[in-house]
Design a protein around this ligand. Structure first.
Ligand SMILES: [Zn+2]
Length: 70
């Protein structure tokens, strides 16, 4: 399963939903971001959660940069 332009990190990358005998994971074909899908969560639920996490991280980094400039 492929999610186009769905990468929470680089935003433009295509995220591939993969399973191997040990786990289920999401991998960005563009930047290489890789995350395991936790038990009890679907891939799309986890992808949404990652988007929230990365968005918060970017906001925190932007705030730090702003503080450094000011
Ligand atoms: Zn990416």
């Amino acid at each position: 399963m492929l999610y186009f332009k769905a990468c929470p990190k680089c935003l433009t990358g295509t995220v591939e939903h993969n399973t191997d005998p040990w786990s289920e994971y999401l991998q960005c074909l563009n930047c290489g971001l890789m995350r395991d899908v936790p038990d009890g969560q679907t891939a799309i639920e986890h992808l949404k959660q990652l988007h929230v996490q990365f968005k918060e991280q970017r906001a925190a980094e932007a705030a730090e940069e702003g503080a450094a400039v000011a």
